[in-house]
Design a protein around this ligand. Structure first.
Ligand SMILES: [Zn+2]
Length: 457
C-alpha cells in the first residue's frame, strides 16, 4: 500500500467506526485494524476521517454584468481543499450563441491547468432552441448529466423550449437543476422599486420575496413532473419552497432540494448593517425564523444537500451596483462550509455528524452520478478524505482564507473543528493549512446518469 491513515474514526453517512484506512493507487483498498506496513503512514488518532465534501453548486471563475470574479480555479479549489471540499461541480454558463458542448469546453479550459481537486460541470441553458435540445444526448453521453434552468430573467419568453428541453433531459436519464424565483414577480418589483428610487441593500430582500420563491418552486416541480424529468431545486431559502418540496416528495415525485450556508447562518437583519450589500444573494437572506426551518429541513430529510453557491467577488465589486435588480449576488463559502456546519450544526445538535457527511458529501455524490467513487469512505472509493480535528479552534479571517476574495462573509466568527489534512485521490493536498497540491492536478469528472445511479433519496 502507498499510505495508511492510522488510528482515526471513520465517519460515513451511515456509520461511525474506528479503523485504519489503507490507500493504493489513489483509492481506498483496505479498512481494518493493524494494516500495513505501507510506504507512508500518518497518525490520525483523535481525528475524524470524513469523506471529502462534494460541493455541487459553485461559480468559481465567472463573468457577470461585465465583472470578472477575482477567483479562478486555482484559488477557488485551494480554498475548497483547505475547507475539506474535495470535489466541486461548477456551473458552466454559455455566452450568446454558445452550445452546451462549447460551453463545457470553455469551462474546462478555465479549470484544466489550475484546479487542485476534481471537478465536473452542470451546463446552464438560457436559450433552449432546437439545436441545444438536440445536443443534450451528446452532452449526457459525454458525462455531463445535469442541466440548469433559471426560472427568472428571460424564462417566460422561452417557456415552450424549456419544457421540451426538460423532457429531453428526462428521456436521456439526466437531471434538471432549477433556480426557483418567479420571473414575473421579480420583474414587476424591480421595475417598481427602480421607478420609486428604492435602491440599495435595504430594498433588496423585499424585491425578491419568499412568495416568488414559493410559486416558482411549485411551478418548477409541476413542470418537471409533466416533462417526466427528475428535478433538483437549488439554494432553497424559505418555508414556502420547502413546503412545495415536501408535498411533492410525500407524493413520491423524484425531486430534491439544496440549501446554502448563508441561509442557515444569517438572517435578513444582516443586510441592514452598513456593509449589508455584501450579503446580497439570489434568493436573498430571509427572516430569522426561516433559519430554524431550514435546519429542520436538513435534519428531517426534506432537504438533501448543502452547497455553497460560491462566488469570489471582491469587496469593491460587491459595491458596484445599487439597483435592486443589478446588485451583485453571491459570496465565498468553499473554505468555511464544513467547519461552520460542524460548529453550528453538529455541536449545537441540529444535525448528527453522519447527517452532516450525508448532506455535504454522500447525497450530492449520489444525485450527481459520482457515488460511490466520491462521497463516502469505502473500499474502492477514491481516497478523498478529510482528517478533521474536532477540537481545533479558529477565528475566521479573510486574510487567512484562501479565496482570492478580499472579504469573508463570516469574518470574526469563532468555530470549533477544522480540517487538519485533506487528501485527494490519496495525495495529501493540504496539511495543517499548508497547500501541497500542484495546480492542474484536479481532473474533469465524467458523471453517471441520474437514471443509472440513484438509490432513491
Ligand atoms: Zn448559483
Amino acid at each position: 500500500m502507498d499510505l495508511i491513515l492510522r488510528g482515526g474514526t471513520v465517519v460515513t453517512a451511515g456509520d461511525t467506526f474506528d479503523a485504519d484506512v489503507g490507500i493504493e493507487g489513489g483509492r481506498i483498498v483496505r479498512l481494518g485494524f493493524g494494516l500495513g506496513p505501507a510506504a507512508r503512514e500518518i497518525d490520525v488518532s483523535d481525528l475524524y476521517l470524513l469523506p471529502g465534501a462534494v460541493d455541487v453548486h459553485t461559480h468559481v471563475d465567472v463573468e457577470f454584468q461585465g465583472l470578472q470574479s477575482v477567483e479562478d480555479f486555482h484559488s477557488g479549489t485551494v480554498a475548497a481543499a483547505c475547507g475539506g471540499v474535495t470535489t466541486l461541480i461548477d456551473y458552466a454558463l454559455p455566452g450568446p450563441g454558445q452550445t452546451p458542448l462549447e460551453t463545457i469546453q470553455a469551462w474546462h479550459a478555465k479549470a484544466r491547468d489550475k484546479a487542485v481537486i476534481d471537478y465536473g460541470f452542470h451546463v446552464a441553458v438560457f436559450e433552449p432552441d432546437d439545436a441545444t435540445i438536440q445536443q443534450i444526448p451528446d452532452v449526457i453521453a459525454d458525462g455531463h448529466t445535469s442541466f440548469k434552468i433559471f426560472m427568472m430573467g428571460t424564462f417566460e419568453q422561452n417557456i415552450g423550449g424549456f419544457m421540451r428541453m426538460m423532457a429531453q433531459v428526462g428521456r436521456h436519464g439526466g437531471l434538471v437543476n432549477l433556480h426557483v424565483e418567479d420571473a414575473c414577480c421579480l420583474e414587476y418589483l424591480a421595475r417598481r422599486f427602480n421607478a420609486d428610487g428604492k435602491y440599495g441593500a435595504a430594498y433588496f430582500a423585499e424585491s425578491r420575496p419568499r412568495a416568488a420563491e414559493g410559486i416558482a418552486a411549485m411551478r418548477g416541480i409541476g413542470m418537471a413532473q409533466v416533462a417526466e424529468v427528475p428535478a433538483y431545486l437549488v439554494h432553497l431559502s424559505c418555508e414556502e419552497s420547502l413546503e412545495s418540496l415536501a408535498n411533492a416528495r410525500g407524493r413520491g415525485h423524484t425531486v430534491y432540494g439544496e440549501t446554502r450556508p448563508c441561509y442557515l447562518h444569517f438572517s435578513r437583519a444582516r443586510m441592514e448593517e452598513e456593509d449589508g450589500i455584501l450579503y446580497a444573494g439570489w434568493p436573498p437572506l430571509r427572516e430569522a425564523d426561516q433559519m430554524e426551518i431550514l435546519w429542520q429541513g436538513l435534519e428531517s430529510g426534506v432537504l438533501q444537500t448543502v452547497a455553497t453557491d460560491h462566488d469570489g467577488w471582491s469587496f469593491q465589486q460587491k459595491k458596484t451596483f445599487d439597483k435592486v435588480d443589478e446588485i451583485l449576488a453571491g459570496m465565498a463559502g468553499l473554505e468555511t462550509m464544513v467547519p461552520l456546519l460542524y460548529s453550528q450544526g453538529v455541536l449545537k445538535r441540529r444535525l448528527s455528524l453522519n447527517r452532516m457527511v450525508e448532506v455535504t458529501a454522500t447525497n450530492p455524490a449520489r444525485l450527481f452520478g459520482l457515488y460511490p467513487r466520491k462521497g463516502t469512505i469505502a473500499i474502492g472509493a477514491d481516497a478523498d478524505i478529510v482528517a478533521f480535528d474536532p477540537e481545533a479552534r479558529k477565528t475566521i479571517r479573510a486574510e487567512d482564507m484562501h479565496s482570492a476574495a478580499d472579504w469573508d462573509p463570516f469574518e470574526g466568527w469563532e468555530v470549533q473543528g477544522w480540517p487538519r489534512l485533506t487528501l485527494s485521490r490519496g495525495e495529501v493536498v493540504v496539511d495543517r493549512g499548508r497547500v501541497l497540491a500542484s495546480p492542474g492536478r484536479g481532473r474533469l469528472l465524467r458523471r453517471a446518469r441520474f437514471s443509472e445511479t440513484v438509490a432513491r433519496l
